[in-house]
Design a protein around this ligand. Sequence first.
Ligand SMILES: Nc1ncnc2c1ncn2[C@@H]1O[C@H](COP(=O)(O)OP(=O)(O)OP(=O)(O)O)[C@@H](O)[C@H]1O
Length: 298
Amino acid sequence: MTTMTTTATTTTGQTVLDARGVTMRFGGLTAVRGVDLTVRSGEIVGLIGPNGAGKTTFFNCLTGLYTPTEGEVRYKDTVLPPTSYKVTAAGIARTFQNIRLFANMTVLENVLVGRHTRTKEGFWSAVLRGPGFHKAEAASRARATELLEFVGLAAKADHLARNLPYGEQRKLEIARALASEPGLLLLDEPTAGMNPQETRATEELVFAIRDQGIAVLVIEHDMRFIFNLCDRVAVLVQGEKLIEGDSATVQGDERVVAAYLGEPLENDPGAAEAAEVEAAEAHADTPHDTAAGKENDR
Ligand SMILES: Nc1ncnc2c1ncn2[C@@H]1O[C@H](COP(=O)(O)OP(=O)(O)OP(=O)(O)O)[C@@H](O)[C@H]1O
């Protein structure tokens, strides 16, 4: 990972995101109910909660994919327009839980696509390909290359996105989001499917992004990642914000433990194996056999 040449613009404490009373209803189901959340520059804020708690729906309300049924979202004092293109242009970028790359485009082209809200050259300029277009294109390529260096993918600029390993596809999504030069980056489960080394590298990458002056709001089920990374963590349960505070406060809150941390996650990779071992122990004549074998498999 290399350092971007843009100057860090951190003015710690300035509110970049101010969501007030955000409610999202789908017919009879209230997926998000009256959620307030602020994110300030220089901060990494975590959003956690059980499956179905409303985290992604809340992200969708912040990024113009959904228009909240009630409530208001402001970015740097301006009420956000209800379309994702305009939200990106205003300064909020995001990645998705399910990776959304252009699989048959190169790594560099994917990042160039992310720059479309920052290029002034219009349709006719692109068609006529005059000097203005070529200058803007060269500047965009230079910036995209810089971002690929930042996330550690410069050597793969010409590879097709679909040929990247999973962890690198997630990095590419982040580079593409950064290409819109956001002031706030929303990451939806950035380490899903990653091994521990990739997760650790993602943690470093998020710190580096924050150090560039970009505020980060991150949804993640990996609690170690969240509590290492975040200055503040908000917990959503059944669409409502249960608590918000620093890592120690949230981890120690009895309601959070009861509602979330105390229960195995639905996709807890150890849960199926643990159940298998328990069942084997209950039925085996020699309880050590199966359990010992399973331990070695982990
Ligand atoms: N477009 C939609 N139409 C109807 N219901 C929806 C829609 N999107 C989400 N929901 C419902 O809203 C609730 C919250 O879902 P959401 O995906 O926001 O939860 P989540 O906290 O992100 O879950 P996970 O951790 O599993 O990703 C769920 O009950 C879900 O089924």
